[in-house]
Design a protein around this ligand. Structure first.
Ligand code: NA7
Length: 546
């Protein structure tokens, strides 16, 4: 006799997608338990509380469009909401879903092992979490950016002052933001890393620190965020047009409020292009990245034209020409890695209290108890901020042991490259589902919008699974091979696929992660929706169900 599982489904993670997936499964009548390593809901917005942290999607496009009550109730105060405001929103959403009662917090998964004889997943937790539990279906909603990565620098843990990683910022025990006790005023501060998090934290710390030294390994193509308050009357107008907004977002590449121009950059005159780029540069959010000429991420010549335009902007904004050159990326074109959005970021380097150290020229040799030693000597600090990013996408899953059929671990299954079907399932790991992970259509996307597409589709699927008493779901090797090949092909068509970044799985802080892989679905949100629609219309082709 087969053992029955404790739950029909276990959902790992209480971020944006985990909460929604758990809610949908519960509404479908599944017995479901959520487990979350941290002490509360919110995922990245619960953890990344550094000063300056804010959303890069327009606030009113970043959320649960399925929840009409929340849409009409919640008033965003800024075009691009700050982290505390996003987290407050997620808490309200959690209340409306009555989600907390289904989660075990402070419960970090150590391993999940597929028990073939009983066709269930056995989940074990890090000490102090929970007793082991079993589930028929295991849904991992870990988030692609949930495993913070420290830099590989000698003595990194020896510093005697305060150290913080942007991805694990100390929390205000009584509020939604950072711990108010952390104070940069009058301090000597170092920031290592200049990705989206580094750029945001630098802008804030530069306002109050006595001295801020930025250690930059690679500059990024940062463009203006265009933030502003959202007046109540505009918020009211936004609420009236949510249906239209949703329809529009579903037509755009990444579910963001920006759509390609009809023309190619190479097909218009230099004068016309200059006017257009100027307008996009002044536009909000990802206007210049995702609202640009449609060949910019595909044609090297078009990409060069836009890179050249942004480089000129940086030269205009940074007074010292030598510093400006250091801030202009030379190893990749515009938009081929994630664009950090900024508010007076470049102007920080015109301040007397801010210094840029290009560590390609002046390498960091070690971190000492007093500060940071480069080839030019030791500089002492009171605080070091590590804005060094994440073991993106893979790290979230690799941190736990996921053991499939025949005792094969997910790490081993993926050792020669990631393979999935639809970015949701993996051969040899029956009944295991990944949300917003490798090759998912939501990873290179406005995540709440695109993950909802996946969760809605999966929930429809789970409804049928329940109706048909299906107990085992696994992709066919052929479907997986074809989908993975398609991910490679689509990414290969873009210049992004030829660039080292977390999108392509390259991480210089980790051994063996110097080879690019297709970790993204690069076929766009509409293309992914179409594919999912085709799969379901054809009786969930590519999936074996028993
Ligand atoms: P990112 O974008 O991965 O940025 C990490 C930054 O840290 C980047 O500038 C790295 O330089 C730098 N880094 C990493 N390791 C080192 C070492 N050892 N020495 C110096 N500098 C280092 O992470 P973020 O947190 O900023 O943003 C992640 C995502 O969050 C972002 O894409 C948005 O989607 C939101 P490198 O480029 O590797 O040379």
């Amino acid at each position: 006799m087969k053992k029955p599982p404790d739950f029909d489904a276990v959902v790992i993670g209480a971020g944006i997608s985990g909460m929604y997936q758990l809610y949908r499964l519960r509404e479908l009548g599944y017995t479901v338990k959520g487990v979350e390593a941290s002490d509360n809901i919110g995922g990245v917005w619960h953890q990344n509380r550094y000063p300056g942290c804010r959303v890069d999607s327009e606030s009113d496009t970043y959320g649960y469009f399925w929840n009409k009550e929340l849409l009409q109730e919640y008033n965003w105060s800024e075009r691009f909401a700050s982290q505390p405001e996003v987290l407050r929103y997620l808490h309200r959403a959690g209340e409306l879903m009555d989600i907390r009662k289904d989660y075990l917090f402070n419960t970090r998964v150590k391993s999940a092992t597929y028990d073939e004889a009983n066709n269930l997943w056995r989940i074990e937790f890090v000490e102090g979490g929970s007793a082991p539990m079993t589930a028929r279906f295991l849904v991992s909603a870990l988030g692609p950016l949930s495993a913070p990565q420290m830099p590989k620098i000698d003595g990194v843990h020896t510093f005697k002052g305060e150290t913080y990683h942007t991805g694990r910022w100390p929390r205000d025990p009584n509020g939604f933001g950072p711990d108010p006790k952390i104070d940069f005023r009058g301090k000597r501060v170092a920031v290592i890393g200049t990705g989206s998090s580094g750029v945001q934290v630098i802008q804030e710390v530069s306002k109050v620190a006595k001295e801020l030294v930025v250690y930059q390994r690679s500059p990024n193509w940062c463009t203006p965020l265009g933030n502003a308050p959202l007046p109540p009357e505009e918020m009211e107008a936004i609420k009236k047009r949510y249906d239209d907004s949703l329809a529009f977002l579903d037509t755009t590449l990444g579910g963001f409020a920006h759509i390609w121009l009809e023309q190619n950059a190479t097909d218009v005159s230099a004068e016309e292009r200059e006017v257009t780029l100027e307008k996009l540069y002044k536009g909000p959010g990802f206007s210049l990245w995702l609202g640009n000429y449609k060949d910019v991420l595909y044609n090297p010549e078009a990409n060069h034209l836009v890179s050249d335009f942004v480089a000129r902007k940086i030269r205009q904004r940074v007074k010292d020409p030598k510093v400006a050159e250091k801030l202009i990326p030379k190893d990749h074109g515009f938009g081929l890695r994630r664009i950090p959005l900024e508010t007076k970021y470049f102007e920080c380097y015109n301040q007397d209290n801010v210094k840029l150290v290009d560590i390609k020229e002046t390498p960091i040799e070690r971190i000492t108890p007093q500060g940071i030693e480069t080839s030019e000597g030791l500089r002492e600090f009171d605080i070091i901020v590590f804005a060094t990013g994440f073991d993106a996408i893979l790290g979230s899953w690799n941190r736990m042991d996921i053991i499939g059929r025949g005792g094969v671990s997910l790490k081993d299954a993926w050792k020669d490259g990631v393979q999935t079907y639809l970015g949701m399932q993996i051969v040899g790991f029956p009944n295991f589902f990944t949300l917003v992970g490798a090759q998912s259509g939501a990873t290179f996307c406005n995540i709440p919008r695109c993950s909802a597409l996946i969760i809605d589709w999966l929930s429809e699927f789970f409804a049928q699974v329940k109706q048909r008493d299906v107990e085992l779901i696994e992709p066919t090797p052929q479907a997986q091979a074809e989908y993975t090949a398609l991910c490679h092909k689509l990414l290969g068509l873009t210049l992004i696929g030829r660039t080292n970044s977390w999108f392509t799985g390259v991480n210089k802080n980790l051994e063996g992660r110097d080879k690019r892989d297709a970790l993204l679905w690069a076929g766009g949100n509409p293309g992914y929706r179409e594919l999912l629609g085709k799969v379901s219309a054809n009786g969930y082709e590519g999936l074996v169900m028993a």
